[in-house]
Design a protein. Sequence first.
Lengths: 203, 203
Amino acid sequence: MGARASKPERHRHLREMLESDPFITDRELAKKLGVSVQTIRLDRLELGIPEARERTRRVAEEATKKVRSVMTGEVIGDLVRVSLGQEGVSILEPTADMAFRRTGIVRGHHIFAQANSLAVALVDAEVALTGAATVRFLRPVRAGDRLVATARVTERTGRRYHVNVVSQVAGEDVFRGEFVVFALDSSPGEVRVEGGSLHEGRP
Amino acid sequence: MGARASKPERHRHLREMLESDPFITDRELAKKLGVSVQTIRLDRLELGIPEARERTRRVAEEATKKVRSVMTGEVIGDLVRVSLGQEGVSILEPTADMAFRRTGIVRGHHIFAQANSLAVALVDAEVALTGAATVRFLRPVRAGDRLVATARVTERTGRRYHVNVVSQVAGEDVFRGEFVVFALDSSPGEVRVEGGSLHEGRP
DNA sequence: CACGTATTAGCATCTGCTGCTAATCCAGTA
DNA sequence: TACTGGATTAGCAGCAGATGCTAATACGTG
């Protein structure tokens, strides 16, 4: 039936197809590759590829884990050490998704996110919000690098904290930032932040 | 058997369980809720809840979509209008995952991410990297707000662009930032950024 | 008691798989 | 040329998790 590719080539093809669509079923694979379903099964067996349902399950779990850690997580990166109100260290190993595909260079806002969330985590309050930040990206960071962010509270005036953050890769500074974080020490009960220009903007 | 809850209460319970674990099967649900599998099926039918396999598939798709848009996406938010090298507008509607669970206030780095990626997108070059930024968070942004970011290139000196970004919710400024972005106009072929302190740090 | 809602039960059927056995094709080689 | 072995295809039983349908109970209330 038509131009049939060699076995290793089909295997390569198979992997690619599964990469772009992990939910595809054996039957569909067979049709697209012009072989029988049985062949697909043998191929999967050989390549150690799980069945479609298992694949979907894994995708679901991995992706949700990622979403949790990147969006919902209290801190972007792993909190290594924290002294509330004083200093702390967090480590982030950026994945390829966080980088420009073209260059492998990690997008600045991921580096910012690590620093920002660390700065916020340092503040000893019910709720803390970033009010302002001045940051510098000193060197490009690449996917796979080990980003170590160190934060220190340099000043505190009432509810206003100044936090200095330095991020390093292999001991070399790649990012520096000054964050102004506001503690909202929420009276017991509901936290009200509603209308007021609560942070910055000279009340 | 034992203490059997009322039907509406069981439904509430059901929803909760599925929220915390969407992969759970009818059989398991039946066991945990102390009813028969058939009852679970009727319940799902009544509540319009799809089967476990369908549920996993949806979770997988949604989560990957989210990961794509938040981590891999060229621009965080939807690019509404862009004049390369001049100005542009992007819109982001932050979801609950982007906010502090406690207060519903969106984490600063998501607002930063929108602004940063917009600033980078404005630069008319093969590759562009953020070199520095000074930002202010003027008001808390809540999940569900409609964040409209407007960026304008205010200055250009060789490869260095200054981009001003203002983000609004309902016409009111909530964020302002100054970004310094470097264009790396990559000679055809590989983009080399390796060792050099290519952006910032006075070469 | 009768009626209606809720619950449970049973069975045929579907999809996407696994595990197993057997047949076929085809190329290289003794 | 006939034989051998890898690759491919075929067929069947069985499983898990479902749907769709029919029927039997339970239970509470007017």
